[in-house]
Design a protein around this ligand. Structure first.
Ligand SMILES: Nc1ncnc2c1ncn2[C@@H]1O[C@H](COP(=O)(O)OP(=O)(O)OP(=O)(O)O)[C@@H](O)[C@H]1O
Ligand SMILES: [Zn+2]
Length: 593
């Protein structure tokens, strides 16, 4: 498929080509041209036998039978001269206005036909760029209610008021109360903002108009603003209704004041939106809901009273929230009786609603592939691993030595996690390669944590270092396999010092700041002095080195356990929490005997 710009270019080229070939054809078919004075001279010499006049154009024949053409700047008096010289005259009327119009219409029609042929769009779009139409989704099959939204109860509760208002707008209007106009839903992607807006429309049984902010951003100046006006006029005609503008940041970013040409179109669009939001009559019940994950870049004018004066934050779901969302989505599939949603939810910290919906779907597909009657825990486990780490590479060629090293590496992580207090509990250790990883040790927090103690963080660094240290102890070998672990450990140490004020040397001060609340984009607050940077680096190095030494000591003193664990892993490939417990028990017993 070609896009609009390409189509337009093609059209222009074709038109030019058409004109060129038409001219070439004219040139080829019109007889050789002579100047008017040459023509008169030949006429007076009696060389011309016949002439055909058409407006100012002259064609004719010499007595030799050769044709010619010419152009007469002032035809008055010419006929007299022709008659005097015994030239046979024929004449056509010059093209009338009507003929010219028909000619133009024909050209336009050809262009439109070409457009339709090339772009498969209706010819109306060529002449009327604007008309896109705003279709409300009201179909029963697509209807959502608050029952479909889970884990964000506080936000849903706040929005119930709007449903009530939409349902009983006459009463509200009569009482003359302050009517909410706009609601801004802010939060990370996939947390159910669109779903919430749909649910409000569904609960109140009103039409729902959905448009993405980027749909307003057009190639042609002024079209975005036109679209906004059209959207609102459609909405007003269908009041009460809901207008949902997704990614409002695409048009709602701060205005620069018009100096910047490339922003002009966007700013015109934003201005149109502001004007429309102010211009509701009291009997028009249109609620505008907008969503963004960049509330920090929005133009403050959008947030003024009467516009998006209600701002609600939709956050990533908590553990309980994830269980609820799992409940909503597993309603549509047949699940086994032993399915434990809490355990699944524990295994997916950081998943948003969309990820969870995807997980459930993936688990159902996995079960279907195995021709099972119901979706079980193992299907969820498989689906989760696939989503987080990519597909298993069971048959990939990994040499035996590499497999042994991986087994010890993972056992190192696992053992440190097992031995140290205040760490997340072990969930699974595996040496089946997945995606780009050769193996994996997975830990699960039993609850969501919002704060972390220094001890927890230090132990986390030690667990991360455990893999590298085990490799070093057993094989006296350094590999790149630990690169990610080292990166993660260094990152924790750095944040410990610069963000969480936990270093005694740098004190309880912050040397970095979160800039974009939702995107996790960290940037340094201002210029740091070179000396401070140096101090931060030294402090990070000290923490890592200390953790390294302590972990090395720990693994050295549990050398036998490390070997046991690695040997079992080499045979079983995967060890879960229960099996881990059994291995540890056995070792304890043999040591006592
Ligand atoms: N809280 C939730 N409860 C149930 N399902 C959810 C929830 N959040 C997200 N989902 C599922 O994820 C899908 C996508 O969510 P939605 O499009 O509403 O997210 P969003 O916040 O609008 O994301 P974006 O910012 O990327 O547009 C929904 O259709 C739904 O299936
Ligand atoms: Zn590792």
């Amino acid at each position: 498929m070609i896009n609009r710009v390409q189509a337009a270019l093609l059209l222009v080229c074709l038109t030019l080509l058409g004109l060129l070939s038409y001219n070439a054809w004219l040139l080829a078919t019109t007889p050789p041209e002579v100047t008017y004075s040459e023509f008169i001279a030949n006429l007076q010499k009696g060389k011309i036998t016949s002439v055909h006049l058409r407006g100012a154009e002259i064609t004719g024949e010499y007595d030799s039978g050769e044709p010619f053409s010419s152009y007469c700047p002032d035809p008055s008096g010419l006929v007299r001269q022709l008659l005097d010289n015994n030239v046979a005259i024929t004449a056509d009327a010059p093209p009338t206005l009507f003929a010219k119009i028909v000619h133009m219409m024909f050209a336009l029609f050809t262009m439109a036909a070409l457009w339709t042929l090339l772009t498969k769009r209706s010819p109306r779009e060529l002449f009327k760029v604007k008309e896109k139409g705003f279709q409300a989704t009201t179909s029963q099959a697509d209807r959502k209610t608050f029952g479909d939204v889970a884990g964000i109860d506080e936000v849903a509760e706040e929005l119930r008021e709007i449903v009530d208002f939409l349902k009983h707008h006459e009463t509200y209007n009569l009482l003359g109360g302050h009517i909410p106009r706009g609601v801004l839903l802010q939060g990370p992607p996939g947390t159910g903002k669109t779903l919430l807006a749909k649910a409000i429309a569904g609960e109140a049984s009103v039409p729902f108009y959905h448009i993405g902010g980027s749909d307003f951003v057009e190639m042609f100046a002024g079209v975005g603003a036109l679209r906004v006006r059209e959207l609102f006029s459609t909405a007003k005609k269908n009041s009460p209704c809901i207008v949902f503008i997704d990614e409002i940041d695409a048009i709602g970013g701060r205005r620069s004041g018009g100096q910047n040409g490339s922003h002009e179109e966007r700013e015109q669009t934003l201005n149109a939106l502001l004007v429309e939001m102010d211009g509701f009559a009291s009997n028009e019940t249109v609620i505008v809901i907008a969503a963004t994950n960049r509330p920090d870049i929005l133009d403050p004018a959008l947030l003024r009273p009467g516009r998006f004066d209600r701002q609600l934050t939709v956050s990533l779901p908590s553990l309980r929230g994830r269980v609820k969302i799992l409940e909503v989505h597993t309603r549509q599939i047949t699940v086994s009786e032993t399915l434990n949603l809490t355990v699944i939810a524990q295994g997916i910290p950081g998943f948003n609603g969309a990820d969870i919906a995807n997980l459930v779907n993936e688990a159902a597909l996995t079960a279907a592939r195995k021709k099972k009657q119901a979706v079980g825990m193992d299907d969820f486990e498989e689906a989760k691993d696939k989503i987080i780490m990519g597909l298993e590479r069971k048959n990939s060629a990994i040499n035996e030595q590499e497999r042994r090293i991986t087994a010890y590496h993972e056992s190192g992580h696992a053992l440190v996690a097992w031995l140290l207090p205040e760490t997340d509990s072990l969930h699974k250790i595996t040496i089946i390669p997945r995606g780009i990883a050769l193996g994996l040790t997975q830990q699960l927090p039993l609850e969501d944590r919002y704060t972390y103690s220094l001890k927890y963080l230090m132990n986390k660094i030690k667990v991360l270092l455990g893999g590298r240290i085990a490799e070093k102890l057993v094989f006296n070998h350094l590999s790149t396999g630990a690169a990610n672990d080292l990166g993660a450990a260094t990152d924790i140490a750095l944040r410990l010092v610069s963000e969480w004020g936990m270093s005694s040397i740098l004190g309880p001060a912050v040397y970095r700041r979160k800039q974009h609340q939702f995107l996790g984009d960290n940037s340094v607050t201002g210029p740091l002095s070179e000396a401070t940077c140096r101090e931060i680096e030294l402090e990070v190095r000290r923490i890592i080195n200390e953790c390294y030494a302590e972990t090395e000591e720990l693994l050295r003193s549990h050398n036998r356990l490390l070997h046991d664990l690695a040997e079992v892993l080499l045979i079983n490939e995967t060890i879960d929490a229960e099996e881990m417990e059994i291995i540890m028990e056995c070792r304890n017993r043999t040591e006592k005997e």
